[in-house]
Design a protein around this ligand. Structure first.
Ligand code: PLP
Length: 355
C-alpha cells in the first residue's frame, strides 16, 4: 500500500486459542484473537509497528493515561463473505477520525500507512478469526494512549497505538426504551464530544445507570445549554423519522461524526428517502408523537448498525413508537450490511478487500 513503511514484523503465537472459541455462540467483544498490532511513539517519532501475540501490558504507575485520560479509540469491523474473502468498510474514515481525536487530545497523529498497513497485516495473520456466521464479524479496536511518565499535568511524551480484535456475534439488542436526558450532558460547546475519547464514555455511565434504574435501556443526549435539542442516542448517532422524512442532527463539537450515520444518509438519498440534517428539538418530537406523525427513532453506529427505539420517556411520560411493516431502520440496515458483507453492489466504493 505504501513504501514509506518497512515490512511489519510478525511474532506468531506458539499456542493459538482459536480451537477454544465457540464461534456459534459469540457475544460482543470479550474474546480476543491470537495477535495484536503494537506501535510505540518515542522521541517524537512512531517506531516500526509490530504484530505480536495478544498479551497484557506493563505500564509505569505514573503513565499519563491513568491520571489525565489521554486515550482515544476507533471501532470498526471486518466481514467475511460467502467465498471467505475479508472486507473492511470505509477504513480510511476511521483513520481520519483517529487523527481528529488525537489532535483534540494533544496526542500525536498516526500516519495513514501505519494504520492501514498495520490493520491489513494483522487481519491477514488473524484471518481465520473473522467469523462467517450470518451477522457476525470481527470487531476491530484501534486505540492510542499516553504511556509517558510523570504526575505533571501536561501531554505525555510517549504513546502506544494498538489494534486488538474480537470475533463477535450478531448484535441483537432488541428494541430499546430510551430516556430523554434533562439534567446531565455528554458534551459541550468547545469540548471533546466529537472526539472518540474514553472520558466521554466514563461521563455517560452514571446518568445511564440512573436511567437503567428507572427502567430505560439508554439515554438520549440533548444539548448541554438548555436540553432542548436531541443530539445522540447513548454512544450512537440518532435518526428520527417524522412522516416520511428521516432527520438527524448536524455534526458539531458536541456530536460525533459517525461513519454509519453518514453512510445511512447517503444510502437513504440514493433510495429516494427524504433526509434532513438539521437541529431537531424535543418539542418537535413530542408534537409529532402526539399527532401520530412520529414513525421511527433509531440509533446508528458500527456495533449494531441500527438500533431501533421502541419508546422514549420525557418528563415522567412514556411515548410509544409504532410497529412499522416498512421501517426505514430495517431497510437501511439491510442496505448497509449488504455492502459490508459483499452481498450487493457497492456503488459508493466503500468496501476494501483485505485478502
Ligand atoms: C463511535 C460513536 C458513534 C458511531 O460512530 P460510527 O463511526 O458509526 O461507529 C456515534 N456516537 C458516539 C458518541 C460514538 O462514540
Amino acid at each position: 500500500m505504501s513504501n514509506t513503511l518497512q515490512k511489519i514484523s510478525v511474532e506468531r503465537t506458539k499456542m493459538s486459542k482459536i480451537n477454544q472459541i465457540d464461534f456459534d455462540n459469540l457475544s460482543f467483544g470479550n474474546v480476543f484473537t491470537d495477535h495484536m498490532l503494537v506501535c510505540d511513539y518515542k522521541n517524537g517519532v512512531w517506531e516500526a509497528p509490530k504484530i505480536v501475540p495478544y498479551q497484557s501490558l506493563s505500564l509505569d504507575p505514573s503513565a499519563k493515561i491513568f491520571h489525565y485520560g489521554q486515550s482515544i479509540f476507533e471501532g470498526m469491523k471486518a466481514y467475511k463473505d460467502e467465498k471467505d474473502a475479508i472486507w473492511l468498510f470505509r477504513p480510511i474514515e476511521n483513520h481520519r477520525r483517529l487523527n481528529i481525536s488525537a489532535r483534540r487530545m494533544a496526542m500525536p497523529e498516526l500516519p495513514e500507512e501505519y494504520f492501514m498497513d498495520g490493520l491489513t497485516a494483522l487481519l491477514q495473520v488473524d484471518a481465520a478469526w473473522v467469523p462467517k456466521k450470518a451477522g457476525s464479524s470481527l470487531y476491530i479496536r484501534p486505540f492510542m494512549f499516553a504511556t509517558g511518565k510523570g504526575f505533571h499535568a501536561s501531554p505525555a511524551d510517549e504513546y502506544k497505538f494498538i489494534i486488538a480484535c474480537a470475533p463477535s456475534g450478531a448484535y441483537f439488542s432488541g428494541k430499546v426504551k430510551v430516556l430523554i436526558e434533562e439534567k446531565y450532558s455528554r458534551s459541550a460547546n468547545g469540548g471533546v464530544g466529537f472526539a472518540k475519547t474514553g472520558g466521554n464514555y466514563a461521563g455517560q455511565f452514571y446518568p445511564t445507570k440512573l436511567a437503567i434504574e428507572k427502567g430505560y435501556n439508554q439515554v438520549i443526549w440533548t444539548d448541554d445549554h438548555a436540553h432542548e435539542y436531541i443530539e445522540e442516542a447513548g454512544a450512537m448517532n440518532i435518526f428520527i423519522r417524522i412522516g416520511d422524512v428521516l432527520i438527524t442532527g448536524p455534526t458539531s463539537d458536541r456530536i460525533l461524526d459517525g461513519i454509519t450515520r453518514k453512510s445511512i444518509l447517503e444510502i437513504a438519498n440514493r433510495e429516494g428517502i427524504a433526509t434532513e440534517v438539521r437541529k431537531i428539538s424535543v418539542k418537535e418530537v413530542l408534537q409529532a408523537a402526539k399527532k401520530g406523525t412520529l414513525k421511527e427513532m433509531f440509533g446508528a453506529g458500527t456495533a449494531a448498525v441500527v438500533s431501533p427505539i421502541s419508546s422514549f420517556g420525557y418528563q415522567g411520560t412514556d411515548y410509544d413508537l409504532p410497529e412499522l411493516a416498512d421501517s426505514y431502520a430495517d431497510l437501511l440496515k439491510k442496505k448497509v450490511t449488504d455492502i459490508q458483507y459483499n452481498r450487493s453492489e457497492d456503488p459508493f466504493g466503500w468496501r476494501l478487500k483485505v485478502s
